[in-house]
Design a protein around this ligand. Sequence first.
Ligand code: ARG
Length: 581
Amino acid sequence: MKFNFDCTENLEALLVKTAESLDDFEGEFDPQIRLADERFGDFQANGVLPYAKKIGKNPREMAQRIMDALPFTEDWEVSLAGPGFINFKLSPGFLLGWVEAFGQPEEAAGTALVQKPKEIVIDFSSPNTAKQMHVGHIRSTIIGESLARLMAFCGHKVTRDNHLGDWGTQFGILLYAIKREKISLDQLGEDPIAQLENLYRKGTAWTKEDESSLAEARNELVELQAGNTENLELWKKIKELSMDSFEAIYEMLGVRFDYAHGESFYRDRVDQVYESLLEHKICEENEGALVVFHLEHKRFCKQPLLVRKKDGASNYATTDLATLLFRKEEWQAEQIIYVTDGRQRDHFEQLFLTARKWFDAEKRAIPQLDHVWFGTILGEDNKAIKTRDGQPVKLVDLLNEAIERASRMVIEKNPELPAEEVSKRAQAIGLGAVKYADLSQDRTLDYVFSWEKLLAMQGNTAPYLQYAVARISSIFRKLENEETPGSEEARPPETPHERTLARKLTFFPLALSQTLRELKPHFLCTYLYELSTDFSSFYNNDKVMVEDRRTQSLRILLCRRTKTYLCSGLEILGIETLEEM
Ligand code: ARG
């Protein structure tokens, strides 16, 4: 038999072919292969029931007839269940063959899970310049990075774009404050961004105090947008300072981008957007502004998308439309994924509706558009996380605290460890724990940030998974000086723990494809956690170094594959693994 990386494909093809051979077959049958309850099998076909109903047959009888017509195979046992489900239990020989076949999951995934690779642009992190990245940006950065890695792992062509907020109205106030205080941007000291934030705060206060300050601040923005050299120089310098501070964080987190065009990149491309939207009557004038109503939508028929402000300035939506066009035309994007806070759901819904109409009118194919949104990180008081004095938590501080706490854990366990090794492990554990806490929850939910929980060595946490990897590594270190049999000697899995682990390994491709389909990393996390617990039960029950060579060979193979899959999965999540912990 030829093993498919995704076992459901074997079963699906077989069921469709068999159903087609029945004389009452009427076409369009989807077997709907799902994971089965372990007591009954490994996979279950749920599709017979709806199909039989559709063509007016008795589901159970139809399932029985399909089963009777299945060609004989030693690869699985088949049984009928419930009102017309077909259960498949993979044979030990099949499980062994599968586990042996896929030692390089990346290679296998790259051809098996994605038949037609797509050009995908992922827009993530995207902080605003002149401000600190705060804890709200962590989710976009971490979720975006892991989705980008997953899509590349599965064979897609991925472009990572950091859509910086670097052209907003904040610059009017900021430039005004810089000039009024006669500040030189080269002398902002150690934490220049914090200084800029202070200046911005001062500027805001002044513009609230008197009309003339407000007018001056507005004028600074107009001057900037009109290309005034002094203002442009200041703006550029601010962007550089901001990028330096963002990059320090990206480096810590192992995050990278292909581009960081940002909103300013599109400043000369917005006129084209207004003209085209007007020409196709997609937008209209409303009290001097340009807006897009969507009459078919119950809220957006009254609450329009603003694409040009009264004063003629572009905004967030205009740049987003220009950006979309650019990504389509220049990068041939077939899919664009935006990773932001859930509070931007309306913006993206309106943006997508508008873009579809616009592209339609221009007879352009529209890329698939996905808004990958997420909930809020809460403090232990169940409110949006804040520092003790009520300020937003700075990302750097949070990450440093994670490393700090992890290093205490490491030292406690290994007091003799050299400082360099402590620091290496603390980085992997601390940063891994923060990332995993974020990725392992359904992203649409809010979650409570708790140091105790995320650094726990037990439960669904990064340290637990990293520990599982280190434990397997220590098995291999012990085996280094032993003469061990090669995997060709392995016997099929027999004991309940061998079987459960082997079966879980075959589910790896499903975990990847589900994560890819839903763009939700927690599916992969849950899988990796279950794989580790299955491994742990296997290892506690079935000794690896036994007399029988065939048994030993199988168990070594199971250890090796578990390690590979855990490492691949964690790599996709952007979490480092350690050989020793
Ligand atoms: N800069 C925005 C913010 O901090 C996020 C930008 C997201 N991307 C986009 N194309 N709108 O909220």
